[in-house]
Design a protein around this ligand. Structure first.
Ligand code: PHE
Length: 340
């Protein structure tokens, strides 16, 4: 039986060596290892092997089965890799790829918002938020804005049937924050959408993006306001940027200023452009919110503060020389791709 097994092994390996397609390989497998295959038939003879030889014959049987199985597997692998090679024959893997869709990039508005937020966070401001659908009280009354103020006009503001409105500025987040804080100081920034019924053109959309800031504590001064915002604009536009504070009026700050920066574009006359509104929080605002709170954290002229609000769309436009605000919402990849 040992001799039979050896010759079976030799025969099988010789046949497998010449099996050059899958069908021949499968036929050989059935012939030798199948239910009625020669190895299976031979192993049935184990019954008649004398007891003292069973161990040796058993071991041989195993050895032959393993040798045949391995030969089949390695032949299978060789056939498969020949097939793989054939399927890529003629393809030059060293050619450059065809350009498909490139990796995406952040929207210029997202980038400027992130830059503004991270710059102010370094100065100790934390993020705050409020709803875009606001009450008149949060958007106007608490901000010392009289009932006949033009901003409250139906022509300028989107009102809901229930009397609420789409906030016209993020200054309502000042109110939301002062209404709910537990302690001082308050040092928040609130980026977010604001809505106005503007005629849409190159510089106006009915939805735009603002960033509000508010700092309230025992001794916040105009010097703090100037220092903070000058630093901020120099971080955004570069250390040489000239910043000026021009007296203005807002109902909720006193004194109030508009901030201009000097825009210096090569080949053009430098010109001042308005970039933000700001001022010292009007005591009337503290008093109105203190009344609502019913405690004395903010009332009685105990605290001072400054606030500012800027347009993020405008910031992005100035920074990148974008001349039409509508580019920012049109999702045209020819435009967006320039910020990759
Ligand atoms: N809310 C004002 C605006 O939208 C900007 C502003 C914010 C002014 C805070 C002063 C203080 O025009």
């Amino acid at each position: 039986m040992l001799a039979q097994l050896d010759s079976l092994k030799a025969e099988a390996l010789a046949i497998l060596a010449t099996a050059n397609d899958e069908a021949a390989l499968e036929a050989a497998r059935v012939n030798f290892l199948g239910k009625k295959g020669s190895l299976t038939t031979l192993s049935a003879g184990m019954r008649d092997v004398p007891v003292d030889q069973k161990k040796e014959v058993g071991a041989k049987l195993n050895e032959v089965r393993i040798a045949i199985t391995e030969a089949i597997e390695s032949k299978q692998a060789a056939l498969q890799s020949a097939k793989d090679a054939a399927s890529v024959a003629g393809i030059d893997a060293t050619l450059p790829g065809r350009p498909g869709y490139g990796v995406g990039t952040l929207h210029p508005l997202t980038k400027i918002r992130d830059l503004a937020v991270s710059t102010l966070r370094r100065m100790g401001f934390v993020l705050a938020e409020g709803p875009e659908i606001e009450t008149e009280w949060h958007c106007f009354d608490a901000l010392n804005t009289p009932a006949d103020h033009p901003a409250r006009n139906e022509k300028d503001t989107f009102y809901l049937p229930d009397g609420r409105l789409l906030r016209t500025h993020t200054s309502s987040v000042q109110v939301r924050t002062m209404e709910s804080v537990k302690s001082l100081p308050i040092r928040i920034i609130a980026p977010g959408a604001a809505y106005r019924r503007d005629e849409i053109d190159a510089t106006h959309l009915s939805v735009f993006n603002q960033l509000e800031g508010l700092y309230v504590d025992k001794e916040v001064s105009l010097a703090d306001l100037k220092g903070t915002l000058e630093f901020f604009f120099r971080e955004i536009f570069g250390p040489q940027t000239k910043v000026r504070f021009r007296p203005h009026f807002f109902p909720f700050t006193e004194p109030s200023f508009e901030i201009d920066i000097l825009l210096e574009v090569k080949g053009k006359e430098p010109r001042w452009i308005e970039i933000a509104g700001c001022g010292m929080v009007d005591p009337a605002v503290f008093d109105e919110i203190a009344k609502k709170r019913g405690d004395d954290l903010l009332g009685g002229e105990k605290v001072t503060g400054f606030a500012f609000g800027l347009g993020l769309d405008r910031l992005a436009m100035i920074l990148h020389g974008i001349t039409d605000i509508r580019h920012l919402i049109e999702n045209d990849t020819r435009f967006l791709g320039q910020f990759a």
